[in-house]
Design a protein around this ligand. Structure first.
Ligand code: URP
Ligand code: ZN
Ligand code: ZN
Length: 465
């Protein structure tokens, strides 16, 4: 099938120009003016529209066992939501159970992803125990094309590793050419503060962010960046939320340490006043690290605009309000942590970043698609519109108005943290490897169409200092 997209404004991480895009089968085969194609099977007139690479969300949790329950969106509803928002590849976290093996975790994640994924996907491998058995399994992880790892400095007693364990892992990963990513908040500080609030009977969602103050995130961020530097290994900080963490990233780069950072849509747009909503509604926003102050949002937007932070992800990890979040009605410590974003990331960033003048269009493409591909070994197959790349292409209507609502979203979750937010800009047509998967406001993709993406080891293909 040959598809010609005409009259659109192609946007890459560095340029914006009017051009035609020719897709043949699963690949982009030509980009240019007046390609002279006369034998296309289908022609799309993209007048007034942008033509951008499909988004890559490198931070999501689908069908994940967590905090005594499971995240609600599975690989079908999660990737359906992703595609409907203009995202055509995801990287999910494969998390071994405590005391379990990587082999078992991979078998579990393969079983729940392959039959259901509607778009391409890969896994980061979470390391939640460090022992000789896990160390010996690392080669097999790289052989599968999984080259990025995740550690937690928080969730004490569950996912948290010690500095020694993280440093040992970093050395092993460096030797194999991979990347270590980290959830960076001081887990000991968090535990002490949560215990203290618990003992004082302070158990409403209001206290959730107070257990994880910005300085506890800044401390752990600085520590991870320093361990990365000691290991001679770039470190990537996931879901950065606090200005103190941003300051650490700036400091690390100024010292010449290779360092990378990610922010999620919710931390750019929502703030901690939401924890005080009546009727336990604040629980909808409980995630870790928590929503923070407007001053933190400003620091995050500035860091995104000036390149200190390179990626926008979502940490999409949904739990119904009823039967999920309300497990913690009497104690915020039992509220499953997480919220939605996989469908809203592109439109929220376009509306509140590009349209409001905080970032240019090229930066939008850079942080939603190109940098994720360059950092996680998918470039130039993904994240860019050029001959030879996968035909993950979005015809994007920059003037489409909408209002986000759980009534119309594609997630399976019973609420949406952006309920009532107005958006300006949305996908019109989404191609996943050349196949239309979303058109005219409707998901038309297929479960099982997504392929596992084996990724290349090697350094991120962008500047880290
Ligand atoms: O609250 C969150 N972020 N839930 C998902 C797990 C994680 O820490 O990323
Ligand atoms: Zn996390
Ligand atoms: Zn996460």
């Amino acid at each position: 099938m040959r598809i010609l997209i005409q009259n659109g404004e192609v946007v890459t991480a560095s340029d914006q120009f009017t051009a035609e895009v020719l897709i043949d089968g699963e690949k982009v085969v030509a980009v240019g003016q007046n390609l002279g194609v006369t034998n296309a099977d289908k022609v799309y007139d993209a007048t007034g529209h942008l033509v951008i690479p499909g988004g890559i969300d490198v931070h999501c949790h689908l069908d994940m066992p967590f905090m005594g329950t499971r995240s609600k969106d599975d690989f079908f509803t999660g990737t359906r939501a992703a595609i409907s928002g203009g995202t055509t590849s995801i990287i999910e976290f494969c998390i071994p159970s405590k005391g379990g093996t990587i082999k078992q975790a991979l078998a579990d994640w393969d079983a729940k992803s392959a039959p259901k994924a509607c778009c391409d996907y890969s896994f980061h491998m979470a390391i939640v125990d460090w022992n000789e058995g896990i160390r010996k399994e690392l080669d097999s992880v790289f052989e599968r094309g999984i080259t990025s790892f995740k550690v937690f400095t928080a969730y004490k007693g569950a996912l948290m590793l010690s500095d020694e364990e993280i440093f040992r892992l970093m050395l092993e990963v460096k030797a194999r050419g991979g990347l270590v990513t980290a959830h960076a908040v001081n887990g000991d500080v968090l535990t002490v503060l949560a215990d203290k609030f618990g003992a004082e009977g302070k158990l409403t969602p209001h206290y959730h962010p107070l257990c994880q103050p910005g300085y506890a995130e800044g401390e752990a961020t600085g520590r991870i960046l320093e361990l990365g530097n000691l290991a001679g290994q770039p470190a990537y900080i996931v879901h950065m939320t606090a200005k103190e963490a941003v300051e650490e990233l700036v400091r690390a780069r100024a010292r010449g340490w290779e360092s990378l950072g990610e922010v999620c849509t919710q931390h750019l747009t929502l703030d901690d006043s939401l924890y005080d909503l009546p009727d336990f509604e604040g629980a909808k926003y409980v995630m870790s690290p928590p929503l923070r102050k407007k001053a933190d949002q400003e620091a995050l937007w500035a860091a995104l605009a000036n390149g200190t932070i390179q990626v926008v992800g979502t940490d999409h990890c949904t739990f119904d309000f009823k039967g999920g979040k309300d497990m913690g009605r009497d104690d915020f410590r039992k509220i499953p942590n997480g919220l939605n974003g996989i469908e809203e990331r592109m439109s929220m960033l376009f509306s509140y970043g590009v349209k409001s003048g905080k970032i240019p269009m090229t930066k939008f493409v850079e942080v939603t698609a190109t940098n994720p591909a360059k950092i996680f070994g998918l470039y130039p197959q993904k994240g860019h519109i050029s001959p030879g790349a996968d035909a993950d292409v979005v015809i994007y209507n920059p003037n489409k108005e909408g209002v986000i609502s759980a009534k119309t979203h594609n997630s399976a979750c019973d609420y949406n943290v952006y309920e009532g937010w107005k958006i300006l800009g949305a996908p019109h047509t989404v191609f996943v490897r050349g196949k239309v998967a979303y058109e005219n406001g409707k998901f038309v993709g297929e479960a099982g169409n997504g392929r596992f993406l084996a990724r290349a080891a090697g350094k991120p293909q962008l500047a880290m200092v």
